[in-house]
Design a protein around this ligand. Structure first.
Ligand code: DHB
Ligand code: FE
Length: 312
């Protein structure tokens, strides 16, 4: 059927009432956004001739998405996180805040309050028989000067692609640490080489991806928040070069500058320099921060995060 009702006075009035346009209370911006959003969905139903069966299937889907806590997993899969990055990059350019290490998406799996230490941290609890990884680098300003006491907050998956806290089989804060850079701007993390991540195969996010003919995989990656008063907060992540999904990330987080070689090191003297006694994989990631006086740019965005706002 091809009935058209969007143009009718009935639908126009319905939408205005839905959005509370005839009410004093509430929030004007919110009303306008709901008016637009609901109107766009009505129009979609008309244009695609969505049947009641299809509509109720979709409502039930949203319910399931929420029950599984997967809404913040679906968002990057639909490119929303990357789209917000594109907007923030354009805003930065407009402000003249160019240069520095590029941002990329946070993802849904950060946990606030990881243990903090100076210069060095071991991130893994030793429970996995895995390749040792050293992740190191220098945090610098735009002129290449090292920045001491910058906080480098790192998190990544284990060899099965699971993140502690969300994967309850892992110990508390496993593979999550905050490191303050030393007087030379350097941080050193000892950890294990992570595996790529895959969306839960039976989950609500993967269900959508299946309909789109897409996979739900991410390359092996390491997340970073890097901050220091006086500098723009940086949310980013690096991909380990060579992973088959580096240029095929379902969450669209890859940026060329953030694809980093993971070097296998067999030289005993280099192992010794990190207190290791065997071969390891070294990942070097230097971070360049951009200075700003704008305090609102110096902190990460407000967002619901695990344990955010709790002690620690
Ligand atoms: C998702 C998982 C990640 O590890 C990540 O970094 C980004 C997104 C996700 O499940 O959507
Ligand atoms: Fe991740």
């Amino acid at each position: 059927m091809t009935v058209k009702t969007m143009h009718t006075q009935d639908v126009k009035e319905l939408l205005e009432k839905v959005a509370g346009f005839d009410q004093q209370g509430g929030n004007d911006r919110y009303k306008k956004i709901i008016h637009r959003l609901v109107g766009d969905v009505y129009r979609l139903i008309e244009d695609f001739d969505v049947t009641p069966d299809e509509f109720w299937h979709a409502v039930n889907y949203v319910n399931r998405l929420g029950q599984n806590g997967e809404a913040p997993l679906l968002a990057p899969g639909l490119g929303f996180d990357h789209y917000l990055d594109i907007r923030m990059d354009a805003e930065d350019a407009e402000r003249g805040l160019t240069g520095g290490t590029p941002r990329t998406i946070e993802g849904p799996l950060y946990v606030a309050g990881a243990p903090i230490s100076d210069g060095y941290a071991r991130m893994d609890d030793g429970s996995e028989d895995a390749e040792t990884m050293i992740v190191t680098g220098v945090v610098r300003d735009q002129n290449g000067q090292p920045l001491k006491e910058a906080v480098v907050d790192i998190w990544h998956a284990n060899t099965k692609g699971g993140y502690s806290y969300f994967d309850t089989s892992q110990s508390e804060y496993n593979l999550r640490r905050r490191i303050r850079t030393d007087e030379n701007g350097r941080y050193v993390a000892r950890s294990i080489v992570p595996s790529g991540y895959g969306c839960p195969p039976e989950g609500a996010t993967q269900a959508v991806l299946n309909q789109l003919g897409r996979h739900g995989n991410r390359p092996a990656h390491i997340h970073y928040f890097v901050s220091k008063p006086g500098y723009r907060h940086l949310t980013t992540q690096i991909n380990l070069a060579g992973d088959k999904y580096v240029y095929d990330d379902f969450a669209f987080a890859t940026r060329e500058e953030l694809v980093i070689d993971a070097e296998r090191v067999e030289d005993p003297s280099r192992a010794e320099a990190y207190g290791l006694n065997g071969p390891f994989t070294e990942v070097v990631f230097n971070v360049d921060l951009v200075s700003t006086d704008d305090a609102t740019l110096q902190d990460r965005h407000t967002r619901a995060r695990a344990l955010e706002g709790e002690a620690g």
